[in-house]
Design a protein around this ligand. Sequence first.
Ligand SMILES: [Zn+2]
Length: 169
Amino acid sequence: MAILNILTYPDKFLKTITEPVENIDESVVKLIEDMAETMYENSGVGLAATQVGSDKKILVYDISAEREKKEYQVLINPEIVSSEGEYLSEEEGCLSVPEYRANVKRSLSVVVKALDRNGQPLTIETEELHAVVLQHEIDHLNGILFIDRISSLKREIYKRRVKKHLKNK
Ligand SMILES: [Zn+2]
């Protein structure tokens, strides 16, 4: 297994709209394992393929309390088929948006359809934190970062900070 490099804002690849996985071959299995390893190594709750430079519709996440077990979830070609309510998430963070957190307006509950790592269809109905993680990661697969969902004022402040930081490098 390999630890992959995580792309960070303003890397343009993070805007990539991913392609559905047609078949779960060896390269897909390896990508999934590497993504999971990368997520744990960076203490992330979830990771989407775009964050490691792949345009495949794949995400992994682990919101369990016992992360050392590394029993992560894999969703292939996930899609939100319905959502309900409004939920202001706890301050969200993202491995691709380092050193920044913000509350984000999310749906309270979602229904997600996807394939599991064996290509079997599954449906997840969930709410609150679990639903926020799914919305955050599925956003990545559509080229959207959580900072695209905060107020433009807050976003400008963050962008200015990154620009300054890059200049000083
Ligand atoms: Zn993220």
